[in-house]
Design a protein around this ligand. Structure first.
Ligand code: URA
Length: 283
């Protein structure tokens, strides 16, 4: 993935909008002043809370603008609009699904129907969060944001390469705005956005992979798609591997700290995994 002039938010404008440099300089001087007055003034990466709040506000504004543009997108003639984005959640954890199903546009949120019911059941059981807590604390996104329609067999149509490619600019922008510490992919299509060659799920699910995209490092933990169409996660070894993957999420620093503050563009995000094993640099 690389930025192009067609991306909704270019890296340059993003840095300008986030006040990358000026905030860092300001952060340094503020830090000294705050330190002189109070020993407990700094948050993550020793950034004073004032500067962190400023950056968090800017990040939220960017994300809200991004979601407005996304909702207005009508780029793919075969897709059934409207797009179905998740909420404007500033989180260190991002969940990437495949594409909404037929019910999601009507209900107005991703994973709102059968696949979602299974997914949220996993999260409740293994992570201890219910659907509402999950939606409020994780940024939910997808490979394609519109329902692709049905195929000849009555299943959901798999988005075309062109549709995936057109829609990928939204995901790139989200990675740049949120700079997550942990990305959870749901199903093979989502995984394929991060790996050039997707190996069998048995070689991926149950491990964490260190990734680098757009100059940002994060851990990736893959989950199988929970739809009833595939039994992979219901039979061994898929069942145990899925449980293992959920266990890795539960122990991950970014999960524990997913919404503790809006500011997470720190050095900690560059190496926050206690669990990352054999981290191939892919993508
Ligand atoms: N599958 C997905 O990947 N996303 C949804 O919103 C629903 C099903």
């Amino acid at each position: 993935m690389s930025f192009s002039s067609k991306d909704p938010v270019s890296l340059f404008s993003l840095k300008l909008m986030l006040g990358w440099r000026s905030n860092n300089v300001q952060a340094g001087s503020l830090k000294k002043r705050f330190r002189a007055r109070s020993p407990v003034c700094c948050g993550r990466n020793n950034m004073p809370f004032v500067a962190m709040k400023n950056q968090a506000d800017q990040r939220r504004l960017l994300l809200e603008r991004h979601l407005d543009s996304l909702r207005a997108c009508r780029s793919c003639p075969k897709m059934r609009s409207p797009p179905v984005p998740g909420g404007p959640v500033i989180s260190r954890v991002m969940l990437v699904g495949q594409a909404p199903g037929a019910k999601e546009p009507e209900l107005g949120r991703p994973f709102a129907w059968t696949a979602g019911k299974a997914l949220f059941k996993w999260f409740k059981k293994e992570l201890g969060v219910d659907e509402d807590q999950f939606r409020r604390s994780v940024y939910m996104t997808a490979v394609c944001r519109c329902f692709p329609g049905k195929n000849a067999n009555g299943g959901d149509r798999v988005p075309s390469r062109d549709e995936i490619s057109l829609c990928s600019r939204w995901l790139r922008a989200e990675l740049s705005i949120l700079r997550p510490g942990l990305v959870l992919t749901v199903g093979k299509l989502a995984l394929a956005q991060f790996l050039d060659d997707v190996p069998p799920l048995t070689e991926i699910v149950g491990q964490a992979f260190r990734m680098e995209k757009l100059g940002h490092s994060f851990d990736l933990i893959a989950l199988p798609h929970p739809s009833g169409a595939s039994p992979w996660h219901r039979i061994e070894p898929g069942k145990s591997l899925t449980k293992k993957a959920l266990g890795l999420i539960r122990e991950h620093a970014a999960w524990t700290d997913r919404i503790s503050s809006g500011e997470h563009d720190s050095a900690e995000d560059q190496g926050n995994s206690q669990n990352t094993r054999g981290s191939p640099r892919i993508g």
